[in-house]
Design a protein around this ligand. Structure first.
Ligand SMILES: [Zn+2]
Length: 458
């Protein structure tokens, strides 16, 4: 089996960054951390593990940022333990081709999407931590314990994962839709961190995949919200309008334009600061830079909500005064987990569990099945797996290529090895040390996150 990964050897980054001053090609060149690996020893590492033959995989902004070393070592997540290899491709669907002896929820031939990284369920820790017990595997306190990791990711012909990492894809969804369940669920989670009310003025900052899917989700769950999207490029603005944005802000638009549109009053001083009284009721920042978050904090009304969904691995320097001076609520959003049932906006025939909760992935799949979310409309480019480097370039240079969502088509592609990437051949990693006991076991036994369930079950 072949898989594309990042070599996290700390010696690579400074060398590549230095060469990158001369040419951007260094980031995808022979010394770059992006590598391909043939894994010859491919036995399942546990009785609840499965092998998946991949069909379709997306290139996410996170993948591109990792490959291009877009990170500052001073941000706290970089203190976490890292594998020597990070397999790329979390937006992926495929078919189960091998199952361990104790696999409960999946069968050979099932179509699955990658849902989650390691958490209490995949580490078989009972009782689970308090977050997993509540369905928030994205906050798992045991996520970074040593232990078996997935072998391979979406950017490869196969991956070997714990069965609880997977979501059983309903038959009604195509492979492309299934591969885009992950970003759709991430957008759904961001919106459900604070769902807009009918009639509210909402701004989505950013019109890449996450921003456009966030726009779709708001339109699906709160059809009468008034949605503005700030888009950097005209092709993104056009797509945002097609997906339900009533108004578009360009990257050059500022607080005066926001004041005009929302009816806010604007105050400013020459060579000084500016402030709006009034503004958007809610703002979803899907970019996550200093500039975007600063705009969000200044353009939201007093008592309004800013959801920070864009992930940017760099410290920020910001005027945070709106948080106390205007009592602005700032919420973060990471991946997906469990949602409170969105009431009347819920898909037909689906119900929450007894506690009013539903898995984000299941809800996203139901909205796709009802065509209320159509992430496949964002696909602009498809490449065979062997052209993965070209695919990353297109996703990186999105303005030049008018790229929104770039997919790798892995069906009928036995023509590996991959072009243009240095190959290494080696064996599976050595066995990992024994797991430590769960430090924060919750009192209630729980099956969360929801195991892969047959279609038709909530
Ligand atoms: Zn946990």
């Amino acid at each position: 089996m072949w898989s594309v990964y990042l070599d996290t050897n700390p010696m690579r980054a400074p060398v590549v960054r230095t060469l990158g001053l001369v040419s951007r090609r260094a980031y995808l060149g022979p010394l770059a951390p992006l590598r391909a690996r043939q894994i010859r020893h491919t036995e399942l590492p546990g009785k609840k593990w499965v092998r998946v033959r991949n069909a379709m995989a997306g290139i996410s902004g996170g993948d591109v940022a990792l490959a291009l070393l877009r990170r500052d070592r001073h941000v706290s997540p970089l203190a976490l333990p890292r594998q020597s290899r990070i397999y790329l491709g979390r937006e992926v669907c495929g078919e189960v081709v091998d199952v361990g002896a104790d696999v409960e929820f999946l069968r050979i031939g099932d179509r699955v999407a990658y849902q989650l990284d390691q958490c209490c369920a995949t580490r078989e820790i009972e009782p689970p931590c308090r977050h997993c017990a509540a369905g928030y595997y994205n906050r798992c306190e045991n996520r970074y314990l040593p232990g078996q990791q997935a072998i391979g990711g979406g950017w490869g012909d196969e991956m070997i994962v714990h069965e609880r990492q997977l979501f059983l894809v309903p038959d009604a969804l195509s492979d492309e839709q299934a591969a885009l369940l992950e970003p759709a669920a991430a957008a759904l989670h961001a919106v459900l961190r604070s769902q807009p009310q009918p009639g509210e003025q909402v701004l989505v900052i950013g019109a890449g995949t996450l921003g456009l899917l966030t726009t779709q989700v708001i339109r699906a769950l709160t059809p009468h919200a008034d949605i503005t999207v700030q888009a950097r490029y005209s092709f993104q603005a056009e797509m945002a309008s097609n997906l339900g944005a009533a108004h578009i802000l360009s990257a050059a638009d500022g607080s005066a334009d926001v004041a005009r549109y929302t009816g806010a009053r604007r105050f400013s001083r020459p060579l000084g600061s500016e402030m709006l009284v009034g503004g958007f009721d809610a703002i979803y920042d899907t970019v996550g830079t200093d500039d975007s978050l600063q705009s969000a904090l200044r353009w939201v009304r007093a008592g309004g909500t800013v959801v920070l969904a864009g992930a940017h691995l760099a410290p920020m320097r910001l005027d945070m005064t709106p948080i106390w001076h205007q009592e602005v609520r700032l919420l973060g959003a990471l991946e997906h987990g469990t949602e409170r049932w969105p009431g009347n906006a819920a898909p037909a025939g689906w119900q929450a569990d007894g506690a009013g909760r539903v898995s984000t992935f299941a809800l996203a799949a139901a909205l796709l099945r009802e065509r209320r979310l159509t992430p496949q409309r964002l696909i602009t480019h498809r490449f065979p797996l062997r052209e993965v480097r070209r695919a990353v370039e297109v996703a990186r240079d999105k303005a030049e290529h008018k790229a929104i969502k770039v997919l790798l088509d892995i069906r009928d592609v036995p023509n590996l090895p991959l072009d243009e990437l240095e190959m290494v051949e080696d064996q599976l990693e050595p066995p990992h040390p024994q797991l430590a006991p769960a430090p924060f076991g919750g009192p209630a036994p729980s099956t969360q996150p929801a195991p892969p369930s047959r279609p038709g079950r909530a």
